[in-house]
Ligand binder design. Structure first.
Ligand code: GLN
Length: 188
């Protein structure tokens, strides 16, 4: 199963590795033509504003938005969650804007405030979650399912084939969150 990893900036390698470990065929996505034949795409952590600027420059932003609107499954982690969100409370722009949540960017503080905690995920049990300048979800639409919370706030959400996490599952050895995403990508 070909799964893209948006590769303009951010922690691309770790996602490629997690997907390979699960037997998927991960593909780095840098240009619109790399979206062909994908069955899903991961939008990694990094810096959402920088990613968006680079994606706009190559036409990838518009091409990706179109594919997602057509139903390509996507999993955004951290900055990737910010890219997917309908609204960013502390930033003037919206990026892809397809997932009906409002997020606050950098809500867990600065890089030095990064931490790892185990959180309870619906259907998966406890998973290790690494938070680095993470966005927190401050509003969820009616079609959005909250799969995990941290400090009472949603940190792992799903709306149909769109999945988003405030944390970084790719920075741990636990592949269950990626495995869950792959179940959304399998159309059988
Ligand atoms: N603060 C970043 C952003 O909003 C996200 C940080 C991360 O992905 N670790 O783009």
């Amino acid at each position: 199963m070909k799964i893209g990893v948006l590769a303009v900036q951010g922690d691309v390698r770790e996602h490629l590795r997690a997907l390979s470990r699960l037997g998927a065929e991960p593909v780095p996505v840098l240009k619109p033509q790399h979206l062909a034949d994908l069955e899903g795409i991961v939008l990694p952590g990094g810096e959402s504003t920088a990613m968006w600027r680079l994606m706009r420059a190559t036409g990838l932003a518009e091409a990706l938005k179109r594919r997602l609107e057509e139903g390509l499954p996507a999993f955004g982690t951290c900055a990737g969650m910010v890219l997917l969100a309908r609204k960013i409370t502390n930033w003037p722009e919206t990026f892809l804007g397809l997932l009906d949540i409002a997020v606050e960017r950098n809500a867990t503080g600065r890089q030095v405030d990064s931490f790892e905690e185990r959180i309870a995920v619906d259907g998966l049990g406890e998973v290790p979650a690494v938070f680095i300048r993470a966005p927190l979800v401050v509003e969820v639409g009616s079609r959005v399912e909250v799969l995990a919370r941290w400090g009472g706030k949603p940190v792992f959400v799903r709306q149909g084939q769109l999945l988003a996490a405030s944390f970084h599952p790719e920075l741990t050895q636990d592949t269950r969150v990626h495995e869950y995403f792959l179940t959304l990508c399998r159309k059988d």
